[in-house]
Design a protein around this ligand. Structure first.
Ligand code: ZN
Length: 327
């Protein structure tokens, strides 16, 4: 699972795009200047007047001078367009083709993050999630798979309506400055825990925040490779950074990982560090609370059971039902 820092990815993407645009403009200039040296002279004249404008700002007749220089520049530009047209070239042929004309692919416009940067950031943040932040959403979480009564006199559908509401609220609370707390999704396999955890993560990413997803086992694997220097990859380091920086971290299927002392210490550190930082974490597990206590060191079990809000999923195995319906 790729867990690139979206800010870094957006920065790199824009820088590469700006570089390409500048190189292409340079290439076009070289080509056209050798064909039509007059254009080179015109560009030099334009540049010289641009500098004169900057330096004449302090002169007593500044306004007059600037107006004259601007008129000259306009004249030169027209001459240039005329020559380009004669060569059969489009008028922007010598301009860098930036992907964003507003910020010229710098990511900043008038001292603020440009909209294009926000867009790239969100796209990357969503890409980090299984399904690209698109497949598992609140909208396609189907409540009608949950029965309205069970043999214990409960109403799974009502329970799940309540959980769905909670999850939607939570997705809006993450990253607002206050500690939103952390969630524990418990319940048997196939009750939609991963779906809702990813729907929250998708919404958090859509809001332009950093959401990261991992299974409990792959979290441990990332740490193992970096800790014991088993040729850690970029993804391993990105994961470690995401644990530190992500506004939301989903740890899926706690209890399915290979249980060792190392595993326990990794999980404890992730859970504890994020709790100390007031960072939102969602853990999903098939284990019942009593099992959590017996399978994990007391310090882990107590962090989760006392520090997290538990949501107990109800119903029948939806994956099984979908399979039987041929979906
Ligand atoms: Zn831009």
């Amino acid at each position: 699972m790729a867990l690139r820092d979206p800010a870094e990815a957006a920065r790199e993407q824009l820088a590469a795009s700006r570089q390409r645009a500048l190189e292409q403009a340079q290439q076009h200039r070289n080509e056209v200047y050798s064909q039509q040296p007059q254009l080179y002279q015109i560009d030099r004249e334009i540049a010289r007047r641009g500098m004169e404008i900057a330096s004449s700002a302090m002169a007593s007749d500044a306004q007059e001078q600037i107006e004259r220089l601007q008129q000259e520049i306009t004249g030169l530009q027209q001459e240039k367009l005329h020559i380009l047209a004669q060569l059969g070239l489009p008028e922007n042929y010598l301009e860098p083709p930036f992907s964003c004309p507003i910020c010229q692919d710098t990511g900043f416009a008038r001292g603020h993050r440009c909209q294009c940067w926000q867009k790239l950031y969100r796209r990357q943040a969503g890409k980090n999630l299984p399904g690209g932040g698109q497949i598992y959403q609140f909208d396609n979480f189907q409540l009608d798979y949950y029965p309205q009564s069970d043999d214990k006199g409960g109403n799974p559908r009502r329970t799940m309506e309540h959980i769905l509401m909670k999850c939607m609220e939570y997705a809006e609370m993450v990253g607002r400055g206050e500690d939103p707390g952390s969630l524990l999704f418990c319940g048997k396999t196939g009750l939609g825990k991963t779906h809702l955890a990813l729907a929250i993560a998708g919404r958090v990413a859509e809001r332009g925040l950093l959401a990261a997803y991992t299974s409990a086992q792959s979290a441990v694997d990332h740490y193992e490779r970096t800790r014991f220097n088993r040729s850690p990859s970029r993804e391993d380091w990105d994961f470690l950074s995401a644990v530190e920086k992500a506004d939301l971290l989903v740890i899926d299927d706690l209890g399915s990982e290979f249980n060792t002392a190392f595993t326990q210490s990794v999980l404890y550190n992730i859970i504890n560090d994020r709790m100390m930082n007031g960072a939102a974490t969602i853990i999903t597990t098939n284990l019942e609370p009593a099992k959590l206590t017996s399978q994990y060191e007391q310090r882990i079990a107590s962090r989760i059971l006392c520090g997290y809000t538990s949501l107990v999923f109800a119903g029948r195995d939806i994956r099984m039902m979908k399979r039987m319906e041929g979906k």
